[in-house]
Design a protein around this ligand. Structure first.
Ligand code: ADP
Ligand code: ADP
Ligand code: ZN
Length: 215
């Protein structure tokens, strides 16, 4: 089973790597941040509740996010495997995920932890640019598109997330240290945690991931 979690602080490269791995393994890339941003855009009930937390760089309440992920994992395309990005972010989320999978006779098969230092994370977050159309991620210095402001893949317009401002980025790193980092111990105890040096260049990180996930 290819039931993977890509773990790491904001800006570690989870989305960038997941976009590559999802193609390689033909499994859905399930990014809770992407689902929440779509809900905010569409002004759904979930979006309306989540927005103020996201704007401040705080976590959206567990019950909302867990229900959203459970629903997503029940869709048929996740039956043969999935790549979770940005979830779980609290111990309670990790425990709920385990319970739900266990009830379905499944389990998480691997957790990749992307390790990147705080100074580098801030540079990555504040320079991040995202395609409005296909969500491909770029960086204005570290991974620039061929043509300024335009997506290489689909020609879509690139934008900067409001929560990638320097002040909210700092808050997100604090929230990560307090609420999310403890999840590492949870998976460490289960011996499914695989650390990767996320500070190498994008293709080297991808090569390391593929090696680790070869099953
Ligand atoms: P996350 O999903 O963990 O928040 P992203 O994949 O969106 O992180 O990456 C954050 C920013 O850093 C993006 O602008 C991305 O292009 C850039 N980035 C990702 N991986 C690397 C890397 N290995 N080296 C330099 N920049 C990177
Ligand atoms: P990052 O690039 O920091 O990894 P994401 O796109 O994953 O950011 O998340 C953006 C925001 O969406 C978070 O700051 C948080 O408000 C909310 N969010 C995403 N995933 C979760 C989650 N699993 N639990 C609670 N809030 C979440
Ligand atoms: Zn695009």
């Amino acid at each position: 089973m290819k039931n993977f979690v890509l773990f790491g602080p904001p800006g570690a490269g989870k989305g960038t790597q997941a976009q590559k791995l999802a193609v390689e393994y033909q499994i859905p890339h399930i990014a809770t941040g992407d689902i929440l941003r779509a809900a905010v855009n569409d002004e759904t009930e979930l979006g309306k509740e989540a927005k103020s937390y996201m704007d401040r760089g705080e976590l959206v309440p567990d019950d909302l996010v867990i229900a959203m992920v459970v629903e997503r994992l029940e869709q048929p395309d996740a039956g043969a495997g999935f790549l979770l990005d940005g979830f779980p972010r609290t111990i309670h989320q990790a425990e709920s995920l385990d319970e739900k999978l266990r009830a379905a006779g499944k389990a998480i098969t691997g957790v990749i932890s992307l390790e990147v230092t705080d100074g580098e994370l801030i540079k990555r977050l504040t320079g991040r640019r995202i395609c409005r159309t296909c969500s491909t991620t770029f960086h204005d210095k570290f991974n620039p598109p061929a043509s300024d402001g335009v997506c290489d893949k689909c020609g879509g317009e690139l934008y900067q997330r409001e929560d990638d401002s320097e002040s909210v980025a700092h808050r997100r790193l604090e929230v990560y240290d307090k609420q999310t980092a403890p999840v590492l111990e949870f998976y460490g105890r289960k011996a499914i945690l695989r650390p990767v040096d996320g500070e190498q260049d994008i293709n080297k990180v991808a090569a390391d991931l593929m090696d680790l996930l070869k099953v």
